[in-house]
Design a protein around this ligand. Sequence first.
Ligand SMILES: Cc1ncc(COP(=O)(O)O)c(C=O)c1O
Length: 428
Amino acid sequence: MMTRRNILKSLGLTALALPSLPLQASEEWSALAPLPDKDDPEYWTKLRKEFMLSNDKVFFNTGTVGVMPRRVVEAVTKHLNYMAKDVADWPYKDDSKERFISGYQDLMFIRTKVGRMINCDPKGIALTDNVTNAMSYIANGVDLKAGDEVITSNQEHPGGRCSWEVREKRDGVVLKQIEIPKPIESADQVLDIVTKSFTSKTKVLMLSHMISGSGAIIPAKEICAAAKAKGIFTVLDGAQTVGNMRVDIRDIGCDAYVGCFHKWIGAPAGTGFMYVDPTKIKDVWTTVASAQWDNHEDDGYRFTQRGTGNFSILFGLDAALDFYFEVGHERWTDRVKFLGDRLRTGLAKNKKVKFFHPADPAMCAGISVYTIEGLTGTQIQDGYWAKGKMRPRSMGDVYGVRHSTHIFNSEAEIDRAIAIVNELASGR
Ligand SMILES: Cc1ncc(COP(=O)(O)O)c(C=O)c1O
């Protein structure tokens, strides 16, 4: 691990000579107030104070962009300040451990934490700017020829889908879109639709692990096992999963997984990742090439190296990951789901509310999608704002709103949201 002492050593300096050198975020934290005691009955109320969100507004749109805890903002700004003031301290050396600009280092100190979070070998992980980049690296990098089939669904986000459309237009790959219903009725229904679409020409299957337009968690493990049995390369789009639900790559058994930290993990915007099974990543071509482009000792490094980047946001990412682990992997995701379940259960009592997330609670976590009979998404969104300064996201005329719940939300906020929906449904 890179410590302050290592950094100083790599620069040939003593601690006294460089007092303002940025520390790795986790070391810096020791100077911050400790998080509330895990057994404290006021735990979540106290943890809310770790977020700078204004108390007079309620944020329910993590599915679009997340909220950074204060310590993440501090880690970013501290490094930005350091760069602005003291970059001259840097006696440039071609040392991949230096923390001035990112885009050249292996960033293993962060990749290791990501590997721990999603249970996979960090050598298969690359840090990217977002999900769109990550998916593009995979879609551009896999060998496919004209006539090979890539299966995806009608419910994919363009950031997951469009890089495959490029392969379709450029190489004559056949992109097949299966129809997944909204709402999904059951896990078996999805498994059946997906597996029936396989043919002898199917080479790749790309699906969202959690569908962004409905919050549905698909039966990824069963789908990947069925695809694997047919030699199909499986890619999951996890833009909405990490920090929203537990993700265990070894258990799922997918070949590749892409995701981001700027939604549910509360890291700065511009932080994402790709994972490819280390036994298969060697066969994925590099898209953005620099000195490591052919490094097969650490293929994750090959994709992580993408030219000059912003180290400040990676310090923020590091702080966000440490915050996640400090709250606790399970405690965090259980809380997100608890609040989501509370919302769904409360809304289900109103017959004028129509759901687009699955009825099975096991297929839902922090995203609920619903409408109110006779209202559009924009009307519901505006009603929320007018009545409670609450901010879910409109999903247009048919699908109402997408309502994300996160650890900075409270039970009282959920209960107030349910009350607002009841008022809107009764025309008040
Ligand atoms: C399922 C899904 N895939 C991909 C994306 C694109 O993510 P990014 O903006 O990080 O590239 C999103 C964004 O909302 C998403 O929900």
